[in-house]
Design a protein around this ligand. Sequence first.
Ligand code: PLP
Length: 395
Amino acid sequence: MTTPNMHYADLKDSYLFFNIAQKVKAYSGAHPGTRLLRLGIGDVTLPLCGAVIKALHEAVDDQARADSFHGYMPETGAPFLREVITEHYRSRGVDLSYDDVFVSSGASDELGDILDLFDRSSSALVIEPAYPAYVDANVIAGREIVHLASGPDNGFLPRPPKDIKADIIYICSPNNPTGAVFGRDQLQEWIDFANSSGSVILFDAAYEAFIEDEDLPRSIFELPGARTCAIEICSLSKTAGFTGTRLGYTVIPKELERKGMRLNDMWIRNRTTKTNGVSYILQKGGAAVFTPEGQRQIRENIEYYKENARILMRALDKAGIWYCGGKNAPYIWLRCPDGMGSWDLFDHLLNTIQVIGTPGAGFGACGEGFFRFSTFGSREDTLLAAKRLEELLCR
Ligand code: PLP
């Protein structure tokens, strides 16, 4: 009899979003017609910007004519897109070669697939609270997982522990769910740790576009030593509203080697074996993000979400609630008031002011007692939610 991958049985029920959906459904059933204010979503609400839409339309037209039609695209990405991404890094002072950059269909796909580069016996360190896919992808592969708890004492930005050994290290900065961002010195410590221990850092930069403080690193490759220990995984999902369109990119410098194997070469081999490239149309749409017009338009959208963040932060400030994130990230991570548990706060907010957030406990055990608000909602919902939060919490 075929033996399936029995590690699937080791996965904990992904009850976070399921449980939220069940509770919201039950509430709506009992209170038909009540307006719910959704600050739990990790999806964007603004449409794609004009420059991207124009490029997508033009690319569709290209596919209608024999002289501009494109069939299979290179598995590692279209040269025109890899070039503009490389130029984008260069404009921020990071010198990459265009073949260090791989086009992907999104960070989620890549975060799962990239594990093919590592032996199953390797261990994975996950800084928690964490995006749940890091743990689950490694459970599926049967890897040992080292959970590194973080908390308000270290601003949710822990230092590399001296006594821990891990082959793969996940760093998400700006972080989902905490919104915390590693400073240069803090990130440098992890780079030095990885280089000295021979680990590889998977740097999830899905939210880099939300960083507004000039001194915070937006790419791990801004720092010395990163090219010999890090892979950077990026996404246009939150940067440019591509959640439903699907496009991302991954940087694997050619200097990154372990045990005589060059990870960039391995990834070329992996992509040419397991994919047939991302569609021409989407890559054309993605390239438009990196034009001056595209950059200006995506900044406007990001600014909209940032104003949502400021509205929510003002309400929390007035209520004297501790939080982090919000300034350089689209998430606000707050301490539940009055020692409440995170699911208790979820129920309380839903039942009293119809605001939906995400309980911190869903992102790892150390998330208990904390709560996440997303700033990707509509302005109308955010304003109303902030007003109600202020009234409730300032009582
Ligand atoms: N990484 C983090 C930290 C995320 O929060 C998300 C999505 O919410 C992703 C990756 C996935 O991004 P994509 O839409 O590109 O798959």
